[in-house]
Every structure is written in C-alpha cells, then in structure tokens.
Write a protein that binds this ligand. Structure first.
Ligand code: IMP
Ligand code: MG
Length: 176
C-alpha cells in the first residue's frame, strides 16, 4: 500500500503485465502503420511513461510530438480543457495517432480532436493505456487500448493524484 497526499492506493496492474500489453499494442501499430510514417502525438503530462515504452516497440519511420492538456483538478474532471503545443506540429495530411494515459469521460479527447482539425490531418487514431469504458460519454472510436478498467481512481505509470505519483512504474488503485 502507498500513500499520496491524504489517500491510500493498492497495486492494481503489475509492471510486467503493462509491458506485455504495451508490446501487444506496439505490434498492432506496426501492422497498421509501418508503411505510412505516422505522427505520434503524446498528451502530456500523463502519457510520458506509456509514450516512451510504446515508441520503443515501433521500429518503422515516424515522427513524434507533444501537446500539454490540463483538465483535471484533484479527482474530479472539471470539463474545461486547454492545450499548449510544444513546438510546431506538422500534422497536415498526416496519419496522427494520439497517445493518452487514460480516457475517462472522453471530454479531453473530444476537445483535442476538435483542436487538431485546424492542422488538417489525414486521419486521427486514438491509442490509450487505460480506458474507463463505463465513464466514456462520446462516440469517437478508441482504436488501441491496453487495458479496459473500471470507473475507479488510478495512479502511477504517468497518472497523478494532484501532481504526485506519476513516477510509480505500475498502476495503483484507490483503496476505498
Ligand atoms: P477525461 O477528459 O474525463 O477523459 O479525462 C482525461 C484526463 O483525466 C486524463 O488524461 C487524466 O489526466 C485524468 N484522469 C482521468 N481518470 C483518471 C484517474 O483515474 N487517475 C488519474 N487521472 C485521471
Ligand atoms: Mg492526462
């Protein structure tokens, strides 16, 4: 059990299982995207660890870039999402693969897709480590999912609780 701020978390998805699923998704991406030089777009901060592990599984030509999203305070989704680019994103006529740590309500994702339309990409696909299917409120397809998870608060492997816990190498769950 670990404590972050005022809450306790227990282990939920072990490191070796995460790596196995990351390898599986990496293979799927190689099958569908090794010929078209995709642009992998990581959503910071949460995706940094997943993004890094996933990219090591993709051995074909590609570009990478990042956007910073902020929508969450504490444990509640605020519904307001902002994006900040880090450098110029050349996405025009590219196959873009958004890489997320977690899709919860999907509000962040839907705002991001709308934001990306100004770049006129050829296609947009979604790749996420975790998917809270029951909480999802949108219809945009989630193309690549490592784990479908229940609607509980998770921590680690990039995911934070009020800024802390992102460096934990596996996924923990709130102990209620
Ligand atoms: P959505 O907009 O509701 O889909 O939420 C997406 C964002 O909320 C994610 O990128 C995370 O930053 C954050 N988030 C959602 N669920 C969790 C969780 O269980 N733990 C930590 N952060 C979460
Ligand atoms: Mg995030």
């Amino acid at each position: 059990m670990i404590t972050v701020h005022d809450k306790q978390f227990r282990p939920h998805i072990k490191e070796d299982l995460i790596q196995k699923e990351v390898e599986r998704i990496g293979r799927e991406l190689m099958v569908s995207h090794s010929e078209n030089a995709p642009f992998f777009l990581g959503v910071l901060n949460g995706s940094f660890m997943f993004f890094s592990d996933l990219m090591k599984q993709f051995s074909a030509p590609c570009e990478i870039g990042f956007l910073k999203a902020a929508s969450y305070e504490g444990m509640e989704s605020t519904g307001k999402v902002k994006f900040h680019e880090s450098g110029k994103l050349s996405l025009q006529n590219r196959d873009v693969i958004i890489v997320e740590d977690i899709v919860d309500t999907g509000n962040t994702l839907s705002a991001l897709i709308e934001f990306l339309e100004r770049y006129q990409p050829k296609s947009i696909k979604i790749c996420t480590l975790l998917f809270k299917k029951e909480a999802y409120q949108h219809s945009y397809p989630i193309d690549y999912v490592c784990f479908e998870v229940e609607n509980k608060f998770l921590l680690g492997y990039g995911l934070d609780y009020d800024g802390y816990g992102r460096n934990i190498p596996e996924v923990y769950i709130l102990n209620e």
